[in-house]
Design a binder for this molecule. Structure first.
Ligand code: HEM
Length: 147
């Protein structure tokens, strides 16, 4: 009987013990290096797009207006920050409305992704993080490509 009481008491104690907090997995946002690193990648990415003869005609008006360019970059940073689990809120248009009527093709989309990969590689973003980010942006293709 005493043994049983001790066993039950032990069980109650073990059950009430606070569990050690499980180590939290880092978000993609943290793995990318936070907002500062994302901003550096976006700056490099937009510079590559502006120099990319395959697609820079789409961005002529944007590149020639500093206010518009700054607003576009901020939206990209917020979008990537939010999509990767960071503390930002993307306040721009949804991808379908933002690209409606532009006539973006599958190869235009591929060129832009290449420019993004170039920017991520320049900052030595790891393969896993790069693929996770591309995986988060990939599903947007159906809303952006029109032909
Ligand atoms: C995953 C791929 C893409 C993402 C995440 C993306 C994201 C965005 C975002 C956040 C905006 C701003 C929307 C707003 O003003 O509220 C935007 C605008 C725009 N996007 Fe994209 N985009 C993508 C692909 C493309 C492609 C492939 C092209 C053309 C080759 C393109 C051309 C443009 C242009 C010209 C604008 C207008 C910029 C301005 O407001 O001056 N985008 N995009």
């Amino acid at each position: 009987m005493l043994k049983r009481i001790i066993a039950s008491a032990a069980l109650v104690c073990v059950t009430l013990l606070p569990l050690p907090a499980a180590p939290k997995e880092k978000t993609l946002y943290q793995k990318l290096g936070g907002k500062k690193a994302i901003t550096a990648v976006v700056d490099e990415f937009v510079a590559r797009v502006a120099a990319d003869a395959r697609i820079n005609s789409f961005f002529k008006a944007t590149a020639s207006d500093p206010m518009r360019l700054a607003s576009f970059k901020k939206k990209l940073v917020d979008q990537i920050c939010e999509a990767s689990g960071g503390p930002c809120k993307y306040m721009g248009k949804d991808m379908k409305s933002a690209h409606m009527g532009m006539g973006v093709s599958g190869s235009d989309f591929g060129a832009l992704v290449e420019d993004l990969v170039g920017a991520l590689d320049k900052f030595k973003v790891g393969e896993a993080e790069k693929n996770a980010l591309l995986g988060a942006l990939g599903p947007m293709k159906k809303d952006i490509v029109e032909k």
